[in-house]
Design a protein. Structure first.
Length: 104
């Protein structure tokens, strides 16, 4: 087996080998760049200025978006952003819970 590998390494590279190595290199490069983009701070969205709000009895996401969100912003978009920033699955919030509310 060793002699077969040794003979193969001493032979010139064929076009098929070159295409294979190029395809593998390209695929690994794309994979590495996508991982870097996802994990590197420059690949992430810049943080949105936010304020912390403590949920009171009777508060809703809609009310928090209207009362504490950006002036003139569509409350639907602000509610969506609050859910995203706080990693909320639904719209259920509890008194005493601290939420980030976007300011822009």
């Amino acid at each position: 087996m060793y002699t077969r590998i040794s003979r193969r390494l001493n032979q010139p590279m064929t076009v098929i080998d070159l295409v294979r190595y190029t395809a593998i290199t390209l695929a690994l490069t794309v994979l590495a760049l996508s991982i870097i983009q996802e994990t590197h701070p420059l690949g992430a969205q810049p943080p949105c200025p936010a304020t912390q709000v403590v949920v009171q009895e009777g508060d809703t996401l809609w009310g928090l978006a209207r009362d504490h969100g950006p002036l003139g912003a569509d409350p639907r978009q602000v509610v969506s952003r609050i859910r995203e920033m706080n990693r909320l699955d639904g719209c259920l919030i509890h008194p005493g819970q601290v939420l980030l509310v976007p300011q822009s």
